[in-house]
Write a protein that binds this ligand. Structure first.
Ligand SMILES: C[S@@+](CC[C@H](N)C(=O)[O-])C[C@H]1O[C@@H](n2cnc3c(N)ncnc32)[C@H](O)[C@@H]1O
Length: 322
């Protein structure tokens, strides 16, 4: 074991070597990899083994199950061994296979971006609700009866602050034509991934990406601000799983001393960039609800502010209706 230093944090790094016998079948390879990963306390050893071998063979998991007796070629075996070794060193599966599904979209991901989390899909649900509502109002104002909505220009402008892989920006754009979405990130590397994902899903004409600090790059006010900004506090670093601490960009995780450095600045910037009557949705850590809600009430004294819990009943989003 050596001490690895990544993202400014000391994390243990183990170097494993793992090999299969020549001519191993799909079934044997999966069984052996699952046992090995389990022995290293990987949470989902069977699933990870299947995803990694599926990636090597370009097969679905169903194809693996129906071809258990198929021998691996030397190239396939070596490629699988290499991926399992990297997983034994806690490299996330999403980085190993180069993609992650989010809100029904397969997104490219690599070490330049945070791996989108399922919890963040709630942010998209809430954003889509408000966009649809606002669009219905705009439709009835334009047409009286709301018909022909499909032929109108997008009526709702959205800024997704800290877009990373583009997950939230693209999930919104893919699910409604009512919004024009601008994804902002301070990281040029992250924006390169977001742009590649926009191209992959043919959404380049419905989204825009800007580089800069929080809402600063916006030259206009928007109707909706969504943000999943970094919110890990300094004291929480030592408890982070090595998959996260060692591999995901610290720029996408670290929220400063108390975790709220960026969220605080975003709320303070918002009055200049959020249209009166607009909505702000911020993903937060499970212990941060009360503090972020209090901050929002201070900056927007007339707003309706509430904390929304996720499906595990953790505080997850602060919603501010100005
Ligand atoms: C927690 S990640 C979220 C990524 C993506 N929205 C998601 O949900 O998967 C936070 C993102 O905020 C970006 N970021 C960090 N500081 C920023 C700042 N001052 N202004 C804009 N973006 C920032 C990071 O580069 C990172 O991509």
């Amino acid at each position: 074991m050596i001490n690895g230093k990544t993202n400014g944090h000391q994390v243990p790094v183990f170097h494993y070597s793992w090999q299969l016998e020549q001519g191993s079948t799909v079934g044997i390879a999966l069984h052996a990899a699952t046992r090995r990963l389990k022995g290293s306390d990987i949470d989902t050893p069977k699933l990870d083994s299947e995803l990694l071998l599926g990636h090597v063979l370009r097969w679905t998991r169903a194809q693996l199950y129906t071809h258990m007796e198929r021998p691996l070629s030397d190239d396939e075996r070596e490629a699988f061994e290499h991926l399992v070794e990297r997983r034994l060193n806690y490299e996330p599966v999403a980085y190993l296979v180069g993609e992650k599904a989010f809100y029904g979209l397969d997104l490219f991901v690599d070490h330049r971006v945070l791996i989108p989390r399922p919890e963040t899909e709630l942010l998209v649900d809430l954003a889509l609700d408000i966009i649809m509502q606002a669009d219905r109002l705009a439709a009835s104002a334009t047409n009286g009866n709301g018909r022909n909505a499909g032929h109108r220009e997008p009526s709702v402008s959205v800024a997704d602050v800290g877009t990373g892989s583009g997950a939230v920006t693209l999930a919104i754009a893919a699910n409604t034509r009512a919004a024009i979405v601008c994804g902002i990130d301070i990281s040029a590397d992250a924006l390169a991934v977001a742009r590649a994902n926009a191209q992959r899903h043919h959404l380049t004409d419905r989204v825009q990406f800007l580089q800069g600090d929080l809402l600063e790059p916006l030259d206009r006010q928007v109707d909706v601000v969504v943000a999943n900004l970094p919110y890990v506090a300094q004291h929480e670093w030592s408890a982070l799983a090595p998959d996260i601490a060692q591999y995901e960009p610290s720029l996408a995780l670290s929220g400063g001393a108390d975790g709220l450095g960026l969220i605080r600045r975003l709320v303070e910037q918002a009055p200049g960039k959020l249209r009166p009557g607009g909505m702000m949705l911020m993903e937060i850590g499970a212990t941060q609800g009360a503090e972020v809600a209090a901050l929002a009430r201070q900056v927007f004294p007339d707003a309706f502010v509430e904390i929304v819990t996720d499906y595990a009943y953790n505080d997850r989003i602060v919603r501010v209706q100005t």
